[in-house]
Each structure stands twice: as C-alpha cells, then as structure tokens.
Design a protein around this ligand. Structure first.
Ligand SMILES: NC(=O)c1ccc[n+]([C@@H]2O[C@H](COP(=O)([O-])OP(=O)(O)OC[C@H]3O[C@@H](n4cnc5c(N)ncnc54)[C@H](OP(=O)(O)O)[C@@H]3O)[C@@H](O)[C@H]2O)c1
Length: 273
C-alpha cells in the first residue's frame, strides 16, 4: 500500500483509530494504511497471537503505536470491553470490518443462535460503537466512520439470508448517518465489497470444497484495491463501491447511483418535516 504520513489525515482522523476485525484481510490492511498515514491504531479480533503479530508488524513498519485487544465481537458485552480498553484514547476513526459468514447454507440449516450472533457482530456492535465514538467525534467536529458491507446487501439471495440482511443494515445505517453528520465534520462511509481475495474467503471456499487451502480466488478484487478505493472515497459520499467488479454490478442494479438516491432522500425528508 502506497501511503505516507499526512498531517491533514492525522489532524482529521487521529490521534487513534479503532479497527474491528484487524487480524487479517481487509481489516489488517486498513490498520496498516491508517498507521502509514500517521494515526495510531487499536486492533480488535479473536485470535490473540495472530493479532499480536499484526500489531508488532505495524509498529515496526510504520513507527506508530498499535494496541491489540482480543475480543469476540459477537458477544453481548463486546462494546463495554472495547470502551474500557480504549478509555484513555481519543478515537478519531472507526473502521468496522469483521462481518463475513462461513455458514453458506439454507436458513433452517443454520442455528438461530448463529444467526443472532451474526446480527450482534454485524449490526448491533457497529451501531453501538458508532453511537459511543461518533458522539465524541461529533462534539469535536471531526472524525470518520467506515463500515464494511457487501453486494449481498443489494438483493436477497438463498444461503445468505441473515448475512445479506445484516449487510443491508450496514449500508442503510451508514448512508443515513452520513446524512446526519456530513455538516458536523464527521465523515461516514459504507464500504461495499464484491468478492475480495481475503484469508476469510479462502477459508470459506476451502471448507466448501471449492478450492484448496490458501488458493487465490480467481477474478476477485485484491485487498489493496478495496482499501485504496475506500480511502479515496472517505469524506466524499455515503457509499463506496470498492473494486471494479462491485462497481460494475452496482451500475447494473442502480442506474441512479446510491449517492444521488441518498441525497434525494435527504432532500425529500427535509421538505416533509
Ligand atoms: N471477502 C469478500 O469476498 C467479501 C465480500 C463482500 C463483503 N465482504 C465484507 O468485508 C468485510 C471483511 O471481510 P473478510 O473477507 O476480510 O472477512 P471477515 O471474516 O469479515 O474479517 C476477518 C477479520 O474479522 C475478524 N473477526 C471475524 N469474526 C470476528 C468476531 N466474532 N470477533 C472479532 N473479530 C472477528 C477476524 O479475526 P479473528 O478470526 O482473529 O477473530 C479477522 O481479523 C466483512 O464485513 C465482509 O462482510 C467481504
């Protein structure tokens, strides 16, 4: 990733960023890019040793501070623990990545407990974190929030009933928040991914017998491509279709770009009040 420390970035989004799902894939790449822009990072994920190594790598390559917090984001007390672990820090940027679904099966073949845990991790926790850290950002008049969504948010489809619904929540949530906070200096961005070659996707494909372990995903976007697209879009609009593949798909499904739809909706709802 080609990024170097920029005082303007640190001033707007520093001094600390919180990255949820930072032990591999898109989240780890976001964390490293943020650190290269001069902002210290708090990394959240479940695998303690993997997360420790990612933090160590970021420290040694960027010279920024990196705090690793081991946590399961699908548990009820996740937000309280995160708030405790960051009580001494000013969080200026929240990036919520953790969200993929390994259970690609019909609705009734998955347990309701697994679906509820996904709802917790993909919807409730990012909403609670946005409420907590976003309030401080709004009071300071600066900051940013990015939440990862998916092409699965566009249209309901089998085998990802709960997953697609949580990703639709994430997309609408960020668009609406963007409308409310765009005038107070807090940049909200929904980052919508199509198929992206991450360790999580490789594991899912291997578990389903589609590919061998660690086999690259043909035709998928690269992690750097989507992170670069998200950074370029931060501060410019409510939703970023991150990567060539998802941009093409979104253009077919939405002849009117989502950014224009969101602006039109904001205008129409203001007129009605
Ligand atoms: N890859 C794709 O093709 C694709 C396509 C569309 C949308 N997306 C979206 O892009 C985002 C990133 O996807 P990804 O492929 O990188 O896989 P991911 O599984 O969403 O993210 C992997 C990261 O999340 C952490 N994580 C997962 N569950 C967690 C939990 N319960 N608590 C704490 N950390 C957790 C993992 O660390 P630990 O295992 O150490 O906890 C790892 O650091 C997701 O929101 C996904 O929905 C991805």
């Amino acid at each position: 990733m080609n990024a170097s420390a920029t005082p303007a970035f640190r001033e707007k989004y520093g001094p600390w960023a919180l990255v949820a799902g930072a032990s591999d894939g898109v989240g780890a790449a976001f964390a490293e890019t943020i650190a290269r822009h001069g902002v210290d990072v708090v990394l959240l994920a479940r695998r303690e040793e993997v997360l420790r190594q990612v933090a160590e790598g970021i420290r040694s390559r960027t010279g920024r501070r990196a705090r690793a917090v081991t946590i399961d984001l699908s548990t009820a007390d996740a937000v309280d623990s995160i708030v405790d672990a960051t009580a001494d820090l000013d969080i200026g940027l929240l990036v919520y990545c953790a969200g993929s679904d390994a259970d690609y099966k019909p609705f009734l073949e998955n347990s309701i407990a697994a679906a509820a845990a996904m709802l917790q991790r993909n919807c409730l926790v990012p909403m609670q974190l946005a409420h907590h850290y976003g309030r401080a950002m709004a009071e300071r008049g600066r900051g940013g929030i990015m939440v990862l969504s998916s092409g699965a948010a566009f249209v309901g489809a089998p085998n990802m009933v709960a997953y697609g619904a949580t990703k639709a929540f994430d997309m609408i949530f960020t668009e609406a928040l963007w409308c409310e906070w765009r005038d107070v200096g807090v940049d909200v961005l929904g980052v919508v991914l199509g198929e992206t070659d991450t360790p999580a996707l490789r594991r899912i494909r291997a578990a389903r017998g589609i590919a061998g372990p660690d086999e690259p995903v043909p035709g998928a976007a690269g992690v750097d491509e989507v992170v670069t697209a998200a950074f370029a879009a931060l501060g410019k609009g409510p939703t970023c279709m991150a990567g060539k593949q998802i941009r093409r798909g979104a253009r077919l499904i939405y002849p009117i770009p989502r950014g224009a739809l969101v602006r039109a909706m904001a205008w129409a709802s203001r007129r009605r009040l």
